[in-house]
Design a protein around this ligand. Sequence first.
Ligand SMILES: Cc1cc2nc3c(=O)[nH]c(=O)nc-3n(C[C@H](O)[C@H](O)[C@H](O)COP(=O)(O)OP(=O)(O)OC[C@H]3O[C@@H](n4cnc5c(N)ncnc54)[C@H](O)[C@@H]3O)c2cc1C
Length: 284
Amino acid sequence: MYGEVVATERLTPQLIRVVLGGEGLAGFQPSESSDAYVNCFFLPDAAPYGVPFDAESVRELPRDQRPYPRRITVRAWDPVRRELTLDLAAHGDVGYAGRWALGAQPGARLQFRGPADGYLPHPEADAYLFVGDESALPAIAVCAESVPAGRPVTIVAEVDDAAGEIALSSPGELSIQWVHRAGRADPDALLADAVAALPRPEGVVSAFVHGEAVATRAVRRVLLRERIVDLDHLSCSPYWRRGYDDEQWRAIKGDWVREVNAETPQPVQAAPTEGAPSISNGRR
Ligand SMILES: Cc1cc2nc3c(=O)[nH]c(=O)nc-3n(C[C@H](O)[C@H](O)[C@H](O)COP(=O)(O)OP(=O)(O)OC[C@H]3O[C@@H](n4cnc5c(N)ncnc54)[C@H](O)[C@@H]3O)c2cc1C
């Protein structure tokens, strides 16, 4: 499946919105979950082919010609216009996904598989806590929009500085705490420190903690150690890891997830395979 860029928007210096449309999306089946993602294929400069391509045959090509897969959350699907919105984080002049988003022009094509999914805010929770960095902001935005009206929703989000903050909305009673990493020596601890300093929520909390691996692990430890969230109501996923590109990270991610699991009796969520529902937090 593939989409053609119909519009782009620079939401912040780091976050770029890309809206895809066109006939290549004819078979797109949206997911119900809040963190549904598509596995996008970014083409290297040396690719002697364009989109759409045959995924099986490009596997036979030399490494420098094969596409680079990157998972990107479905920020929105418009069933009437049949348009798919993705928000991609750019990180300077590195990264196939980030650089593609920075240069995306109307008419450019992006091939992908999916969507796959996992988490839905638990409909019967008393409160919601959503934590992450720019990579998780698209999923956090959908989570916040998906909770029942009137329930307390706390978002703790890490961005570079005030220019990285985006508008977020919810039918719940929304409280947003932005954490700025610019000028901070140890960004790994910022989210965990902010979460530890929150007023203790009442009742059953449904939490979603996705983003940088070391940072999400630190948040998870705080939530479980302080018994703020039960493991059953915690969705935690290491989307990426500072200092590793996605190929390097995926090569060791399984061991990392096993190590994190060993810290508690039940498993942390690994990203699911496309099309296969994964661990959710209570809904299914
Ligand atoms: C289920 C799932 C859903 C995701 N949804 C989104 C999404 O909606 N939007 C989104 O932007 N990302 C999302 N991500 C994360 C994204 O797939 C990774 O960040 C990916 O590594 C980006 O690819 P890249 O080609 O830009 O950079 P890579 O080539 O993978 O990495 C290049 C360098 O950039 C660093 N880097 C990677 N990501 C970031 C970042 N976010 N901030 C700072 N430095 C970074 C790496 O550590 C490396 O040093 C998701 C990941 C998963 C598993």
